[in-house]
Structures are given as C-alpha cells and as structure tokens.
Design a protein around this ligand. Sequence first.
Ligand SMILES: [Fe+2]
Length: 405
Amino acid sequence: MIKKIKIDHLKPGMYVSDLNNQWVPAGNKSRSGKIGSLATIEKIRKLGITEIYIDTNKGIDCAKGECLEIDPVKQLQAHQFESLKTQSDANHSPKRIPLETSRDNAEKSYSQAKGLIGDILEDIKNGKGIDAQAVDATTDDLIHSLNENENALACLSFIRTKDEYLLEHSVNVGILLGIFCRARRIEPDVMRQVVAGGILHDIGKILVPNEILNKPGKLSGAEWEEMKRHVTYGEQILDVTAGLSDITRSICRQHHERLDGSGYPRNLPAKEITEFGRMSAICDVYDAVTADRVYHTGMAPNDALRKLVEWSIFHLDKELVYDFIRSLSVYPVGTLVELSNGRAGVVLEANRRSPKHPVIKVFYNVRHEHHIEQEIVNLDDKKVSMEIINTLDARALKIDISGIM
Ligand SMILES: [Fe+2]
C-alpha cells in the first residue's frame, strides 16, 4: 500500500515509492527504492523534502498515527497504474516475426512514411492537393510492418531527428494509433482509416508561419490563436482531397478537442467527440510530450503514461487512456529500466502478456555509472532471475536512448 509520511518518520528498510514523487530533481537517477541507511534519509531531507510516499508492500510499514492523508484521486490513480503491471492480455500477439528480422522492413516503411509527409507538405505549399492513393499505400505499409512486429516501428519512433518534428510526429501518431487499434481489435478496414488520419492529423501546420511553429519561447495570444488554426487549415485541405474517409478527416478535426469542452477549435462537449477523436488526442499528447523539442525536454515514456492518467480526470477519455497504456504496456518501448542486478537497459520489446517481463537491451552499470557491453535480455525467459526494480530518466543520466535502440 502506498502511504504518505513525514520525512521525520522515514527509516532504513522503508521503500520510497516513485508514485507522485515529482520532487526528485532532474539530476537524480532514482525516484524509488529501499532506504538503506540514515545517510540516504539525510540526503533526501537536504533536498528540502518534508513529506514522502512509501510502499509498504515493498518495505517496512510506518507506525500507527504516522501516516498522512493522501489525495484520494492521486492514490487511486497510482494504484490503478500499478495494477496494470500485472494485467495480462493473453490473446494479444504483438509479433509474428522476430524484431531483428522485422527491423529492416520497419525502417523502410518508416522512412517512406516520413518521405510521404514531406512530399505532401511540399505539394500543399505549392498549391497542389494530397495524393490519397499514396497515403493509402503508405498506411498499408505501416500496418503490414505493425503486423510483423509492432515493437520494430515503436523503436524507430524513438529515434528522433532534430528539425524533423512535424514529419516524425505525424508518422508516430499514425503508428501509435495502429498499435492502439490492434490492441482494441478494431477491424482492419477501420484501422486503415484511423492510421491514415494519424499520418495526416497535423497537416495544416504547414500553413502556420514557421516563426510561430518553431518559436522557442512562449507564444503570444495572437500567435497561439494562429497556431490553433492548424486544425482548421488541415480540415480545409482534407475536405478538398478526394478518397479520404470521414474517420480519417475526423481525426484531424478532433485531435485537440477535450472531454471537458476545453479543447479547440470547436470546444466540443464530450458527447460530440468520437471514439477515434478521443484515441487520436491520447496518441497526439503521448508523442508530443515524449519528444525533445527546441523549447522543452521530452518526458520518459513511463512518466508520460502517468501524465496521461492525470489528464484523464478532465481532458482525456479515462477508459481509453488505460487501454492505451495496456496497448504499449506500463514499460513501453524506449523506457530505461534499472534491474535488480544493478544494470540498466532500454525496453526493446514490450510484453503485453506479462508487462513486467519485456525484452531489454542492457548497456549500463547503474552502481558505477558507466556503459557496459550491450546484451539482449528477455525477462520473460524463466532462466533469467533479474527483475525491473525502477524506471530511470535517461536524459538526467545524459544517456542518448536513440543511439542504443
Ligand atoms: Fe495538432
């Protein structure tokens, strides 16, 4: 059970939970773990921490009367998130062929999709229309690759190139929607329309002036209004494109609408936001917050999932957020995890049948803070005795995950 206590009541043997511990400074590599000594408690105290969360299932409990009240909503969210670690989707088959075999095809599909978005943006700038047949062909390629092994494309979506945010974000949202649809067993024809919508959802951004689109600082009121217009521009472009379905167009139209009516451009109430509009909002936010941009550092995937849960109170569809987390697993591809043997690695293949047991590329010694020879470890292998004890922030450790995947 997660409990909140005053720092004065923290003792060696208690397990500090990472849940809600947003206070850990970016330089710290660990947000949770068992307290081994009084010196560690002193270090935490010196950070200015007065209250802390402990997990009594993993360490000793506090005495009666030492437990503080926890925000019940946050506690429920934390509990629900933890419970996802043991939920199995026994019917899901994330791969038909191994990652190493599917990687080449995935790379080809990914770069073709990026190329297509680039061509479309160029055509629009030159006053030409969108080639819907080319969109269909690219969508089919991506889905074929997802059916071979969805982890291969998920890995690629983590390798970002500076200055190609719009291209990569468009492809990534298409991929995330594809993974989401597969997990929700949405029929193939509908899935194609949804993935195409993901690829095209931000196409209107090409008509937003570059100085606004790439402005490093905060946008002024007028600039923000112009930025929001990318949805309307996108709708106008897609409306004159023959061969696109209503579902595809609705994803462009609704990806910034929010369930409490605070979204744009129409401030739609929840009842008017479609299932696919809701799904696209989740995928759009997830990819945007995990990306490094000129003006902000991206979140670790696991932290981004927790944020989605927080935002599901008002903005996002709660049931779909949990479905989305299940579809990526609580340790999504690209997550840096610390193992019980003091090593760390990045998740290469999520495991939806047994979320705590992904395939990991181990490359780092956490205790001695240096890189080690890379090794692929499948935690689902019965002969492997190590387990995940923590998630780490790669950026705080100055590790470039994309160079390792
Ligand atoms: Fe957008």
